[in-house]
Design a protein around this ligand. Sequence first.
Ligand code: ZN
Length: 112
Amino acid sequence: MHELAVCESIVSAVRMHADGRPVRTIHLRIGTLRQIVPDTLLFCWTLVTEGSDLADSELLVERIDGRIRCRHCQGERVLDDYVLACDHCGGVDVEVVAGEEFLITALELTEA
Ligand SMILES: [Zn+2]
């Protein structure tokens, strides 16, 4: 399962940044173009962290819509149909400008 591997890398990143301090909430920003299902991710998170120091932590996922920009007319639109073509001029010379994010944006630590 893809999300399982993703969770394992989140765990390593969180451990590195928290540096032994207890973590309450992990804020993630995930683009919709990443093939990650948030519900599956949350489920995997409980599996991966079970019995560990992160067992009580929570993932908070912010989804970012995919966006494309046309190199021909500079038109932008939300990429909701996986068709890489411009809405404005029909051009196919487009670039993805958002939606491929995968970031840990913040860690909330438990007050000691
Ligand atoms: Zn265009």
